[in-house]
Structures are given as structure tokens and as C-alpha cells.
Design a protein around this ligand. Structure first.
Ligand SMILES: Nc1ncnc2c1ncn2[C@@H]1O[C@H](COP(=O)(O)OP(=O)(O)OP(=O)(O)O)[C@@H](O)[C@H]1O
Ligand SMILES: [Mg+2]
Length: 257
């Protein structure tokens, strides 16, 4: 057995009743990830972050999301940025505007690790400020672990695919979330839309990879875009939302510069 095979075998603790599903996951992981990523997963597993991988949830442009489970049966979401097939140049551009990451070396792996760590830190800050986000659990290199939002390994629907039952309430929760994120966490999500909100059924913000500090010269632009997306989505559902410029002024306390 090669080193890679034994890593995969360790990642993949057979649960007899789930053998077939597990075998699929095994194949996906072997195909998608390089050995350094598998090693990172292996270390996280040994730290007790998760015990086995339960299923694949999503394959995005830059990252794969898996559902794993820990020893006591809690589901954990693993967001794993792919090393080889990632547009790290645009990541670099987005990172450079954020004062925390202005000095990231221009090197693929370092950029992807910084990108992952930024998403984790954003989640921590948002979570501590009381913004509805999945609870951050752990982060190493290109792997981020957080609370899994879903049931039995199936994630809650995105707001893109399911309309909130009470649009007025969902709108208010999201607007409060954006304001709290800005005022208390000092962050702008920067990629907020119905694609990055899960309905639990109350809305929860996910995908903080673009989240940036207010010191980013683009942060006001991003804030306005986030608010425009919210207003557009909820007006379609009949919510009487004011113009995004007005919301922006209420949140920041000043006109758009
Ligand atoms: N904490 C979570 N719990 C449950 N499901 C999740 C969680 N985080 C992400 N997902 C699922 O994975 C999908 C993709 O996640 P996310 O939006 O973070 O990544 P992405 O858009 O692929 O990534 P990126 O834009 O950073 O390349 C979500 O739409 C959701 O279905
Ligand atoms: Mg997303």
C-alpha cells in the first residue's frame, strides 16, 4: 500500500452500513486532492476535528465541501481549497486589498493558505460578534472545518433555491447581520447574495472567503454590492426595501464616498 493509500484508508473508516457511499468518497478524495491535502486532513482527524468523511456536498470553482462526522456524531463541514486547480492570481488580487494580507508572498500555496485562513478568521470574528454564521471549528493550510448546517448530511437549502417562509423576517435578519458584521466585526462579506445564504429556516451567512476588513479601499463598494443584492432579492418577494444607498448610510453613518 502506498503512503497515499494508507492515508486515504485512515481517512475512510469503514462503516459497514455505508460501505458503498464511503467507497465513492474514497475515490473522489483520491482524485481531487494532492497528498499534502490528504496529510492535512489526516492531522485534523488525529486532532479529533472529525472521525470520518460522510459525503460530498459541493464542488465549487475553488473549493470542495464535504460533510464529515466527529466522534460524538456531530456533523462537521470541511471546506477544502484545491491546490492545483485554483485561480490563485485573482485570490492574490483580492487578498492584497485587505490590510491583514497585504504582504502575502506571490506563491500559489501561500496564497491559497492565506485565503483559507482569512475565511476562517472572518468566520471567527463574525461568530463572536453574534452574526448568524456556521461556528468555526478549525483551520489548517487549505482546509477549514466548521459547523455543518443541515440534517443527516444534507445541507439546508440555499436562499437561491428556496424562498424564505417569512421574507420580511429573513430580510430583517440579513440586514441586521450585515450591520453587525460592519459595526462589531468590522468586516464586509463582499460576496453576499442568495447563493451564500442557507435557510435553517432562518437565514445564515456562509462563504466568507471574500470577507474583508474595512481598511480595504474597496470595502464600501463591496458593502453597497452586498446590500444591492439583498434589496434586489427581497423586493422580488414583495418586501418594501429602501434603496441600498440609504441602507449603506444607516449602517456606516456616512454617505457613499
Ligand atoms: N457550514 C456548512 N454547512 C452545510 N453546508 C455548507 C456549509 N458551507 C458550505 N456548504 C455547502 O457548500 C456549498 C458551497 O459552499 P461555499 O459557498 O462556501 O463555497 P463555494 O461558493 O464553492 O466556494 P468559493 O466561492 O469560496 O469558491 C454551499 O452552497 C452549501 O450547500
Ligand atoms: Mg459560495
Amino acid at each position: 500500500m502506498s503512503e497515499l493509500d494508507s492515508l486515504l484508508a485512515a481517512l475512510h473508516r469503514h462503516k459497514p452500513e455505508r460501505l458503498e457511499k464511503d467507497a465513492e468518497i474514497y475515490k473522489i478524495m483520491a482524485r481531487v486532492f494532492d497528498s499534502s491535502t490528504l496529510l492535512t486532513l489526516y492531522r485534523m482527524m488525529n486532532r479529533g476535528v472529525f472521525e470520518f468523511v460522510y459525503g460530498a456536498v459541493s464542488t465549487g470553482k475553488e473549493a470542495n465541501v464535504f460533510c464529515a462526522a466527529d466522534q460524538i456524531g456531530n456533523f462537521v463541514a470541511l471546506k477544502i481549497y484545491r491546490i492545483a486547480t485554483t485561480d490563485f492570481k485573482s485570490m492574490y488580487r483580492y487578498l492584497a486589498g485587505d490590510p491583514r494580507y497585504a504582504r502575502v508572498p506571490h506563491e500559489r500555496r501561500r496564497i491559497i493558505f492565506a485565503w483559507t485562513s482569512r475565511e476562517f478568521k472572518n468566520l471567527q470574528r463574525a461568530y463572536e460578534a453574534g452574526v448568524p454564521v456556521p461556528r468555526p471549528i478549525d483551520c489548517e493550510k487549505n482546509v477549514l472545518a466548521m459547523e455543518f448546517l443541515g440534517e443527516e448530511g444534507v445541507p439546508y437549502p440555499r436562499m437561491k433555491d428556496a424562498a424564505p417562509e417569512d421574507p420580511q423576517r429573513a430580510y430583517q435578519i440579513l440586514l441586521d447581520a450585515v450591520a453587525r458584521l460592519y459595526r462589531d466585526a468590522r468586516l464586509v462579506h463582499s460576496d453576499l447574495s442568495e447563493y451564500n445564504v442557507l435557510l435553517t429556516p432562518d437565514p445564515v451567512l456562509i462563504d466568507f472567503s471574500m470577507g474583508t476588513e474595512l481598511g480595504n479601499p474597496m470595502s464600501r463598494e463591496y458593502l453597497r454590492r452586498d446590500l444591492s443584492n439583498l434589496v434586489r432579492y427581497f423586493r422580488r418577494l414583495g418586501v418594501d426595501a429602501p434603496p441600498p444607498e440609504e441602507l449603506e448610510k444607516n449602517i456606516t453613518g456616512s454617505e457613499h464616498p
